[in-house]
Design a protein around this ligand. Structure first.
Ligand code: S3P
Length: 427
């Protein structure tokens, strides 16, 4: 539990931790490749540690040396059946990507997860994988799951039915580990970190519009991966810098892959002043970001932009409570199957502080600007890391004390969030 207050300003430089999506993929592709892959700035958080532990359980050597993570990949022979049940904790990305890897590698494994993960849909990966020859039994499309030994088809063709990069990546990884010719159609333009990184590892992957093609029998070779800062973590500071007057925040080394940076585009359309200085374009685009206090205006958010900002919608909703007019967020029903039902948790928790948000089937209607106020009101993260951080930023602009419950869920993606907050408040 944390007691949080309104602040006059936020000042300083923040280097957000490594990107969660890229961190998971660097470990997995490192394990699939031949040779020693080094990863710098790997995110050290509960979710990524889950992927690391499961890979170790599958027989992969992973260690830290002089501040970098090293993975001794042995190509296709790298993996063996785990001796234990694989516990995926809270991590949907670990579960879905590794289910692809394990079924493609023809292994047996039993997979479990925590209460939240056990409620989330897994049939979005089991159905396509089973249709390509995998033998995965689930609990009505949810965890626990048993993956039985199988060989997949030599040719895999799949069109994404939900806008999920985890599903896309699961099928891609299964196809590559099985040596299949793999074609995937992604009409949702979901995050493409797997495709970008596969190229870095030497895979012959071709992307033509929505179609991704990977020939049979790919051999990945080890590389050095530098993980950029996570835009999804930076988003909290970007919005904080826009909403807290007299702030002077710079967020360094943030990954701005176009399939992830929808939040910047949306905030700019909402009249936000944000300086962006590119520092690197090698594989993933990386930039320093400086938000300036801005009077935001409402807008309609929906359609193709949603997958590019799906994890940032809770903090965008907070921004919309301070924007002039009515903001509508739609086409975002995926929020209902994240670490919490984010349509419900955002609405319930922010309305406790005086926001005017209506939940809809696939998003929100948000009226602004509203003055947030609290007299020791208790709000809860609902054990969802992004709800915890969004509420902590809300508290910085709320009149009166806010009591945040289950604040430790930030450890899923950003364990140092509250120490960064203390530092930029104190300056
Ligand atoms: C992720 C994809 C997204 C995102 C999640 C990470 C990934 O989920 O919400 O935090 O690393 O591929 P979906 O693929 O379910 O949309």
């Amino acid at each position: 539990m944390k007691k949080l207050n309104k602040v006059p300003s936020l000042n300083g430089i923040i280097s957000v931790p490594g990107d969660k999506s890229i961190s998971h993929r660097s470990l997995i592709l490192g394990a699939m490749a031949t040779g020693i892959t080094t990863v710098s700035n790997l995110l050290n958080s509960a979710d990524v540690n889950t992927t690391k532990q499961v890979l170790v359980d599958l027989g992969v050597d992973i260690w830290n040396e002089a501040g970098v993570t090293k993975i001794n990949g042995k190509g296709g022979d790298n993996f063996h059946d785990p001796k234990n049940v694989l516990d995926m904790g809270n991590s949907g990305t670990s579960t879905r990507l590794l289910t692809g890897l394990i079924s493609g590698a023809g292994l047996y494994a039993r997979i479990i997860g925590d209460d939240s993960l056990s409620k989330r849909p897994m049939d979005r990966v089991t159905k396509p994988l089973n249709s390509f020859g995998a033998k995965i039994e689930s609990n009505n499309g949810r965890l626990p799951m048993n993956i039985h030994r199988s060989r997949l088809n030599k040719e895999i063709k799949f069109e994404l039915q939900v806008g999920s990069a985890q599903v896309k990546s699961a099928v891609m990884l299964a196809g590559i580990v099985n040596g299949s010719k793999t074609t995937i159609i992604d009409n949702f333009n979901t995050r493409n970190h797997t495709e970008v990184m596969l190229k870095q590892f030497g895979a012959e992957i071709e992307v033509a519009g929505a179609e991704i093609s990977i020939p049979a029998d790919q051999h990945l070779h080890s590389v050095n991966v530098a993980v950029p800062g996570d835009i999804s973590s930076a988003a909290f500071w970007i919005v904080a810098g826009l909403l807290v007057k007299d702030s002077n925040l710079t967020i360094k080394n943030v990954g701005l892959n176009p399939t992830r940076s929808g939040i910047i585009k949306i905030l700019q359309e909402m009249n936000a002043k944000i300086d962006i200085k590119r520092v690197n374009d090698d594989g993933e685009i990386v930039a320093d970001i400086k938000p300036h206090f801005s009077q935001l205006t409402a807008m309609n958010i929906g359609g193709k932009v949603i997958p590019t900002c799906i994890d940032e919608i809770p903090i965008l909703a907070l921004a919309a409570t301070q924007a002039e007019g009515r903001t509508i967020i739609k086409d975002a029903s995926e929020l209902r199957v994240k670490e919490s039902n984010r349509i419900t948790t955002v609405t319930t928790e922010l309305n406790k502080l005086g926001a005017n948000i209506q939940a809809t089937e696939d998003g929100f209607i948000i009226y602004g600007p509203t003055k947030l106020h609290s007299n020791d009101v208790h709000v809860s993260s609902n054990k969802d890391h992004r709800i915890a951080m969004m509420l902590a930023i809300a508290a910085l602009i709320t009149e009166g004390n806010v009591i945040l419950e289950d604040d430790d869920s930030v450890g899923i993606s950003y364990p140092t969030f509250f120490s960064d907050l203390e530092r930029v408040v104190a300056k």
